[in-house]
Design a protein around this ligand. Structure first.
Ligand code: NAD
Length: 329
């Protein structure tokens, strides 16, 4: 089997080599993203692997099908840009990697929570500047606060367990109540989670229904001084509304691994450049905001699993016509 993998980072290469050998397949890799220009590189391959799942992919289903390629995988859990019906109409079968390491994201969400609650960036810059005053550095303890988890699937439930180990009270909202969450958290309505949480952590996939689930209206329902953590998708948060609430003090702090308009920023080195997006600039300059470059997934275990499981998906498409992780069923 011959597979071409797009958007391959240097740190992923070792895993493509490892699993090509282990599964007895041929892998070609490119750092280029898949789009209508680069799709021609797929000519002669049996299947395609992509790291991104942006809307541009919907323009490659037709050229791929013309090349006789119908097996496609993303190496991520999220696939919010993909138009599944359009892909199906061209006979493309698509899979994702739903559980490459829920702990990778969960632990990062908790790290962002601790960093915002204990004002770690401010502590670091003070010490670096030889300012050893502790004024305005008072933090809050996880064991004294209520955490609101929105979305209690693989990542949300794992996050809840880690917060629970710190002694926090956990409440949660999900459209589907996870039976494994019994003894770990208490389900509440979304409005109750907004009203009762000291810190809200998002763990839902992005859909048209939950876009901007955090906006001026929902923030108004939250406690004064709430902390917002987003490691899910940028589109869940109306970033202008969040900025305004951070400036007014309604929201005490935010930890954002994902950003609503990250498309023009993600995976690029823009060091020294002026970023056009003024909302991003405002957020990045606020002392009570931590922004990280969509990196919550990025652990050794997770990246290895992303390559391994996506490869298994494609092999299963070839051998069995489907995989447990097919999203086009
Ligand atoms: P999952 O499918 O296991 O769980 C999602 C949960 O959200 C489910 O329990 C579902 O019932 C619930 N849900 C869906 N829509 C909802 C809504 N409108 N309101 C309340 N609950 C809702 O998914 P997961 O593996 O836990 O991943 C969650 C999300 O995390 C992914 O979709 C992805 O966007 C994000 N993610 C981010 C990174 C990163 O690096 N920052 C990495 C992986 C995943």
């Amino acid at each position: 089997m011959k597979i071409i993998a797009y958007s391959v980072r240097k740190d992923e290469l070792q895993y493509f080599e490892k699993f090509a050998e282990q599964f007895g397949i041929e892998y070609a890799t490119t750092s280029k993203d898949l789009n209508t220009e680069t799709v021609k590189l797929a000519e002669g391959f049996d299947a395609v692997s992509s790291y991104t799942s942006s809307e541009e992919l919907n323009d490659v289903w037709e050229p791929l099908s013309k090349m006789g390629i119908s097996y496609f995988t993303v190496r991520t859990a999220g696939y919010d840009g993909i138009d599944i019906e359009k892909a199906k109409s061209f006979g493309i079968k698509i899979s994702n990697v739903p559980q490459y390491s829920p702990s990778a994201i969960a632990e990062f969400a908790v790290a962002l929570s601790l960093a915002t609650l204990r004002k770690i960036p401010l502590c670091l810059s003070r010490a670096k500047n030889q300012n050893f005053s502790v004024n305005n550095l008072m933090g809050r303890e996880l064991n004294t606060i209520t955490i609101g988890i929105i979305g209690t699937g693989h990542i949300g439930l794992t996050t809840a367990k880690v917060f629970k180990a710190f002694g926090a009270k956990i409440i949660a909202y999900d459209t589907f109540e996870n039976p494994q969450a019994q003894n770990i958290l208490e389900y509440k309505s979304l409005d109750e989670v907004f009203a009762e949480s000291d810190l809200i952590s998002l763990h839902i996939p992005l859909t048209s229904e939950n876009r901007h689930i955090i906006n001026a209206e929902s923030i108004a329902k939250m406690k004064d001084g709430v902390v917002v953590i987003n490691t899910a998708r940028g589109g869940h948060v109306n970033s202008e509304d969040l900025r305004d609430a951070l400036v007014s003090g309604k929201v005490a702090a935010a930890g954002l691994d994902v950003f609503e308009h990250e498309k023009s920023l993600i995976r690029k080195d823009l060091s020294g450049k002026i970023i056009e997006d003024s909302v991003y600039r405002d957020l990045a300059n606020l002392p009570n905001v931590i922004i990280t470059p969509h990196v919550a997934f990025n652990t050794d275990v997770a990246v290895q699993n992303m390559v391994k499981m996506s490869t298994e998906n494609l092999i299963s498409f070839k051998n069995a016509g489907t995989t447990d992780n097919e999203i086009t069923k």
